[in-house]
Every structure is written in C-alpha cells, then in structure tokens.
Design a binder for this molecule. Sequence first.
Ligand SMILES: [Zn+2]
Ligand SMILES: [Zn+2]
Length: 184
Amino acid sequence: MSVKAGAMRITGYKSHGVAAAAALVNAVTSAGGDDSPDALRRILRDNEFFWQEFEDADAAEFRDWGRTLRPFFEAARVEDAMTMLNRLMLEIPMHPHLADHEPHGLHMHYAPPSSRLAHRFRATTLMNLAELIVEHGLGRTGVCAADGCDRVYADTSRAGRRRFCSESCANRTNVAAFRARRRT
Ligand SMILES: [Zn+2]
Ligand SMILES: [Zn+2]
C-alpha cells in the first residue's frame, strides 16, 4: 500500500520509518513478497527515503534488516518488542542530530551523518518503531488477521483499529464471516 506524498510524517504512527519497516518486512518475509532490488528501491521511494542512493549491491543488507524486524510485528507482548528494540539500539551505532531538507523540513536523523543509506535506514526505522510503542504499545502493528496471510501491517489510520494488511484481506475475511453466520 503506498502512502501519498504529503501524508507522510517523520514521527508518530504515520512516520515514514514505520511504514517503510512494514513494507520491507512484507517484501522480504511474506509469501509472494518481492525483495528484488527494484522492489526495495520502490519501498524507499514510496516512503521518502533517499532511494537514489540505493545500489543493487545494498539489497542483501536491506533483506537482512527486513528479517530482523519481522519479530517486532509478531511480538505478542510489549515487553518482547522492548527487549528486541533495546538490543538492536545497542548494536546499531547512533548519532542523533538535526537535519533540515526536503521533503521533511526540520527533523531528527539518528545515524552518524556520514553513514551509508542502509545504515541510516536501519537507524530511522528502529527509532520510529521505538517511538511508536512508546505512544501506542503494540496497538498499531501486527500480522494480518486474514486466514492464510502472513503479511504484517502498520496502522496509519486515526482510529487505529486495523487488523489486516490490505482491503482485500479485510473484505475476504468479512465475506467468509458473513457466509459462516448465514449457514448457522
Ligand atoms: Zn532526513
Ligand atoms: Zn493480509
């Protein structure tokens, strides 16, 4: 699901790091996911990262990161997500600083200034997920509730009641529930 430019935020549940993390996890770990270099580049572009810096040789690092982040979306307890994020925050060198550039305006960067794209992406997605659980616990992320779907989601709606990765999974599940009710 792509997010319209302008709707993207730098922090909170609409943050580009949260949306990009979910898209990457799906590309790399879900059945039918596309983790080709072009697909990864598209994820970066859709989520307003510096996709122009992405080189095909970076794909392996992004795939590793997608596999690393999957357990966050699967975490059943906020304590598990905390432990995981804390461990990653120790492993990934951080150097928080302010930056001011398009399209985000004034905002935080978390990786050291001269870091490569893959490293900056790790630092930003990690910190955005950390900020997300501070504000919302695990209420805005999860694995799709549809039968047979292993995709994850990050809920960017105001209401925050999402349980499916996509409209099509929500509809399929609702139709099945409706039929089941009619049968009984
Ligand atoms: Zn920036
Ligand atoms: Zn789904």
